[in-house]
Design a protein. Sequence first.
Length: 233
Amino acid sequence: MTVDQNQQEHDQLHQLLGAYLLGGLSDDDHRAFTEHLRRCPTCQQELGQVSGLPRLLSLVDTQTQVPYAAELAPETAAGASLAGSSSTGLADLLDAARRRRRRRRSWFAAAAAAAAVAVFGVGTWLGPGLLNPPPPAEHFTATAAGSSARVGVELVKRGWGTQLNLACQDMPVGQEIVVYVVDATGRESAAGSWLGTESGYSKVTGATALRRDQIRSIKVRTSSGAVIATAST
């Protein structure tokens, strides 16, 4: 079987997912979809995502079910009164049964469509997170001899360069602090600055146009040039 034929078969069987979930398949369709489900991770995952749909449908206000029940009641009564009637009455009873089956199929089709919408909605909700995983990041700890400061540095690869996430402890209070990135040639460029807090703790985000593979080290200094912390990358 070709790839296109496999995909076509999958698409045809995938359309049965909603009716399978709600118990609306014929015996043949149920067997076919069950066999397909055993070997199709995609349908297994989607079925798991909407497995609670029947429970949600059961919570719909019972008043919405009254018109359907009322519609069936006359036919049920008619069936009872026709139980001992002539062949004409039997034909009417069979016709009523056919109408009920058609309504049942229509209801299952609508419910299957709702299940498909639910699957699509879940996929839409989860899609961005699944298709766009967090960008790669590397972690370093920057310190310096004679300094009590400690800086955790996270380098995050971005399309425009590199993002720096800094978690700083025991920093100089009230002083301007600057973080620099150093490339392979030894050239330094500022990637961010902030003012030391009274607690000595701060979390800041910096940015540089340098790519991650171009950064050789990180340096944190006061505006007067005193080294607070460094880290090789």
